[in-house]
Ligand binder design. Structure first.
Ligand code: ATP
Ligand code: ZN
Length: 631
């Protein structure tokens, strides 16, 4: 080995690294780390191996199904690198044992996670422990690797992450134009209404039915009488949502002036008189007793999930799946939420979405496709994971060598841009108004008389600030905390506080109050300035409170996100929206791409080439000068 090589190797050999996640990216990463000369690697992953992981998580074999990912990955790599030290933890990275001291032992942390929540948690621990973080994600052909070094580059949370894809409510309830709108309707409205929690708000029908019925009558349609025949009930639902509701909506001429008019569909047009005689009844079908495998498809002679069903087949699946829910899974009704791994739920949602699509003149989709859309599944591409893992190691080595000038955030694109498929961008400076890595206070507008402490904890402290074990203080008064070491009296006090409005708390929180919110595990503390506000716009501010002060980069304001391989979501500012699902691994690609300067953007659009080969990383794109990292 020549001296130059030795110099390059030493920071690697001496480094202690923590990998979080041993899934698609993690398997590639562990292999590449081991082959690049890393000697001391710790791996945390909370999952066990599933059959569906085997196609790309190549350290795992069928015989490993059910075993810890972290441990099996470790053993697999030790077989070809027996002399290195690999330690595995089969655990959630959010567990208290992984505290700041635990993180401090590492020279760099490498994330191969698939959710925002865990990523934010690791970001905070890395900031608290002052350990550099290399963060990554992939979605199909898209991927990114970013570097976060405290005080030098932005932290993972300096830029607000795009929230889950949302669609305006009225597009979903009344004017769908894409299949995904029909899926959201079937899954989040119809399925939730029929099989989910009855007390939950549900926008199903509200608009379409206003003119013709009272809400009492509408509700009754969905209630099944004790002795009502299931098939009759199914047909009633069918006629109501696909027939009657569409007719009611058509009555409003204004809506359809510039839109294609939908066609009402009634069950008697598409289904035979009685299905029970034709197909046998759901009660004695061949389904097994395992809930996740109950299926209407064998009953109807449908085998291939990739086959496109016609209107009649979809209508049969709709009725049979509904019957099976009542016949085989009655106990779950009222508690179900849609799960992409629940076969019967997928069948019902596919059928309902297709019937609605037919009504609105939208092309129908197979069960396989519908499942992908409903589960927000973008099929993983092993090569993207491998490229991303390689890039993580490249950045980790720069971090270990403290080569700050060379740090790059790299984006894997689906189509070449500036003749490149890998787009390197210089990291940004920390955002001075980031509540995570700076001390900027946040501002919360809230109705202090009406909103309860519980609303603040759930909607702001947990959901928005991503705190795991929060503690809320007002001056010297402790209003709320979570922990194992609390005595019963304290727990009772905090529980009582949760149900009080802010202004009724032992130390009243009113206009001008300053709250301190802390997470001891994440060593994150922030101040919230409270502003009392009477009214909130139900459509624009459905949470009844507005958190601000955590400004995002001006370049991002007012632009809507879209990625090239997904149906892009239009989130309109003046309509409330229905959540779809959390985008898992690569949530920020689109927004990062948007940071290219206008000139760069024009160039990228013009130089699209047909050449799909990977290009070498050329000079990094230099983004607006003032935002660049100060070395
Ligand atoms: N809080 C957490 N603590 C520890 N490990 C986590 C945490 N959150 C996610 N992970 C791990 O991160 C890995 C992400 O890998 P990947 O994106 O390939 O997901 P997957 O679950 O293996 O596959 P898929 O979701 O595509 O079926 C998973 O192995 C998962 O267990
Ligand atoms: Zn930050």
């Amino acid at each position: 080995m020549d001296t130059q090589q030795q110099q390059q190797q030493s920071p690697v050999q001496g480094a202690k690294v923590l990998m979080v996640g041993a899934g698609g990216i993690g398997c590639e990463l562990l292999k590449t780390l081991a082959l690049s000369g890393f000697h001391d690697i710790h791996i945390i992953d909370m999952d066990t191996i599933e059959v569906s992981n085997l196609n790309r998580q190549f350290l795992f074999r069928r015989s490993h199904v059910g075993l810890s990912k972290a441990k099996v990955a470790r053993d697999a790599v030790l077989r070809f690198r027996p002399h290195i030290n690999i330690r595995s933890y089969h655990a959630n990275v959010k567990n208290p044992e992984f505290d700041v001291d635990f993180f401090k032992q590492f020279d760099v942390v490498l994330n191969g996670l698939d959710n925002l929540d865990a990523r934010r948690h690791v970001n905070r621990l890395c900031l608290a422990a002052d350990v550099p973080l290399v963060e990554s994600g992939t979605t199909g052909f898209l991927g990114q690797v970013t570097v976060h070094v405290k005080g030098k580059t932005e932290c993972y949370e300096c830029q607000t992450k795009p929230t889950p894809k949302t669609y305006p409510v009225c597009t979903i309830t009344s004017t769908p134009t894409k299949f995904v709108h029909c899926i959201v309707w079937a899954k989040d409205l119809l399925f939730a209404k029929l099989f989910g929690d009855k007390n939950q708000d549900n926008d199903l029908n509200v608009r379409a039915n206003k003119a013709a019925t009272t809400s009492k009558e509408t509700d009754d349609v969905f209630e099944r009488a004790e002795d009502e025949d299931i098939e009759q009930y199914g047909r009633k639902i069918y006629d109501h949502v696909f027939g009657y509701n569409i007719e009611a909506a058509l009555a409003n001429e204004e809506t359809w002036k510039n839109r294609r008019r939908p066609r009402p569909i009634y069950s008697k047009e598409v289904l035979p008189e009685s299905l029970t005689q034709k197909n046998g009844s759901a009660q004695n079908c061949s389904a097994t007793d395992d809930d996740s495998t109950v299926s209407s498809m064998p009953l109807l002679g449908l085998k291939n999930p990739q086959e496109l069903w016609g209107l009649t087949q979809n209508s049969l699946v709709f009725i049979e799946a509904l019957k099976l829910f009542f016949a085989k899974r009655k106990k779950e009704i009222g508690h179900l939420t849609f799960d992409k791994d629940d076969q019967l739920a997928v069948e019902f949602v596919t059928a309902a979405a297709n019937i609605r699509a037919e009504s609105f003149g939208i092309p129908l989709h197979s069960l396989f496709e519908a499942k992908g859309i409903a589960g927000n599944i973008v099929h993983a591409v092993a090569t993207t994971n491998a490229i991303v893992a390689g890039l993580i190691v490249i950045e980790a080595i720069k971090v270990l060598k403290k080569d700050a000038d060379k740090y790059r955030m790299t984006y894997c694109l689906e189509h070449p841009s500036r003749k490149m498929l890998l787009m390197p961008v210089e990291p940004f400076e920390p955002n001075p108004s980031c509540y995570v890595c700076s001390k900027t206070p946040l501002v919360l507008e809230i109705n202090t008389q009406k909103s309860k402490l519980r609303d603040l904890v759930d909607k702001i402290v947990k959901a928005k600030l991503g705190m795991n074990l929060p503690m809320i203080m007002h001056g010297a008064s402790l209003l709320y905390e979570v922990g194992d070491d609390l005595d019963d009296i304290m727990v009772a006090n905090y529980n009582a506080n949760l149900e009080k409005s802010l202004s009724e708390l032992p130390s009243p929180v009113i206009n001008g109050s300053i709250l301190t919110v802390e997470d001891l595990q994440q060593e994150l503390s922030c101040k919230i300035n409270v502003k009392h506000r009477e009214e909130f716009d139900e459509e624009k501010e459905p949470e009844g409170m507005v958190l601000s002060g955590w400004t995002q980069s001006p370049a991002l304001n007012g632009e809507s996100a879209s990625t090239s391989n997904n149906e892009s979501a239009s989130t309109s500012n003046n309509e409330s929206a229905v959540d779809v699902t959390e985008s898992s691994s690569g949530p920020e690609i689109a927004s990062k791409k948007r940071r290219l300067s206008d000139n760069d953007k024009r160039e990228t659009e013009n130089v699209e080439s047909e050449d799909d080969d990977l290009m070498e990383i050329e000079n990094p794109i230099t983004v607006s000068k003032k935002k660049r990292r100060v070395a």
